[in-house]
Design a protein around this ligand. Structure first.
Ligand SMILES: NC(=O)c1ccc[n+]([C@@H]2O[C@H](COP(=O)([O-])OP(=O)(O)OC[C@H]3O[C@@H](n4cnc5c(N)ncnc54)[C@H](O)[C@@H]3O)[C@@H](O)[C@H]2O)c1
Length: 352
């Protein structure tokens, strides 16, 4: 399959490199980047140096019979325009996350792709993060009993990167940037309708878009899921902390440090109180002795290049596109509800 990258910036360049590595593994459905289109001449020059054909306008791509697919890695506000044009031209597509600016746009994009009967996949790559898959393994197999609370965080200290991510008109802000990944992971893991949610946005340096958020989602099955995104934090809390009726699991970072503490005796008769600050506590005293056990994280490593493999195979008709429209639309709905909650300071009780 011959593919053209539209938007050869950070992510466009990343895909070009990763697709080379994918092809080196001699997959059943290789995907070869043959060309690039970018409105920035500097980026075009770099792409040319890297050996790619340069398309001077989008019509050239649509007219090129040699092009089977496109990968859209532009700022978020122009995803829809390219998806609709690529659909009309009958090209299969990968579009970067978030699919578009809002649910309405997403639904229109899917309608175009359906009408054209082409494969349209959204790069929800963090479904294949090892940290997520490891937590999902703990969750699915009840390794800490029944999970009742999940905390999923990403914390950086570098503010909102680049220019367009700071601007609302281009689909900037951390909810669209990172919220889309963490909400997608959440909905992949907890299979229950959402009962209510509450979200707060932060605007620490006064940008016009959110530089972080704190989203709490209550599911009908009783699970509480907290998502925290920060861009001004210099001492991080764990990437994941998951609470179950038989223990607690922590993954600190993307290097997968952490572990599981499992409870063996819930009511520890030998519990000794401790001095705590200007007082005394038994309630908050750490466990000692044999009432708990420490176990290693049951690490799950993702299948390499799983996303590209799926896209390639679904273009050949060998399998279904793994990133389902209804999943992507549901993520959009949760993001919109979170924004409404944050803007109006209200709990959203829509069934999502
Ligand atoms: N899935 C992930 O892990 C991940 C990570 C980073 C970014 N992204 C997504 O990738 C997309 C691009 O982000 P980025 O970080 O690479 O941004 P970037 O600013 O580094 O690159 C964007 C590129 O698009 C070009 N561009 C802008 N408008 C264009 C237009 N109308 N037509 C053609 N080219 C245009 C720019 O010149 C630039 O080279 C965004 O949708 C972002 O959300 C996804």
């Amino acid at each position: 399959m011959n593919l053209v990258i539209i938007g050869y910036g950070g992510m466009g360049g990343y895909h070009a490199q990763k697709l080379k590595e994918y092809n080196e593994g001699k997959p059943i459905a290789p995907i070869t980047v043959i060309g690039v289109y970018d409105i920035d001449k500097q980026r075009e020059l770099i792409a040319q140096k890297n050996g790619y054909k340069i398309y001077s306008n989008q019509q050239e791509i649509w007219a090129d019979k040699n092009v089977d697919a496109v990968l859209i890695a532009t700022p978020n506000d122009v995803h829809a325009m390219y998806v609709m044009a690529a659909s009309k031209a009958g090209k299969n597509m990968i579009c970067e996350k978030p699919i578009g600016m809002n649910c309405l746009e997403a639904e229109q994009m899917y309608a175009f792709a359906k009408e054209a009967n082409i494969i349209f996949s959204i790069h929800q790559n963090r479904r294949w993060d090892d940290d997520f898959l490891t937590i999902k393994n703990i969750f699915d197999n009840s390794l800490i009993g029944d999970v009742y609370c999940i905390e999923s965080r990403v914390m950086g200290s570098n503010g909102i990167p680049g220019a367009w991510r700071k601007e609302k008109a281009h689909g900037g802000g951390m909810m669209l940037d990172w919220g889309v990944h963490l909400i997608d992971q959440m909905l992949q893991m907890v299979k229950s309708p959402i009962q209510s949610l509450y979200c707060e946005y932060s605007y620490i340096y006064g940008e016009e878009v959110d530089d972080g958020c704190n989203l709490t989602v209550n599911f009908e099955n009783g699970i509480k899921y907290r998502i925290i995104i920060a861009t001004d934090c210099f001492r991080n809390l764990p990437r994941w902390q998951v609470y179950g009726t038989q223990g607690t699991a922590t993954i600190n970072d993307w290097n997968l440090s952490g572990g599981i503490t499992r409870v063996l005796i819930r009511d520890d008769k030998n519990l000794i109180g401790i001095k705590a600050g200007n007082g005394f506590t038994r309630t908050m005293a750490p466990r000692i002795g044999n009432s708990i056990e420490q176990i290693d994280l049951p690490i799950v490593n993702a299948e390499p290049f799983a996303f590209y493999k799926n896209f390639g195979a679904s273009c050949l008709g060998h399998t279904e596109n793994i990133i389902k429209p209804e999943e992507v639309i549901r993520v959009c709905k949760v993001m919109e509800a979170a924004e409404r909650s944050a803007k109006q300071n209200i709990v959203i009780k829509d069934k999502l």
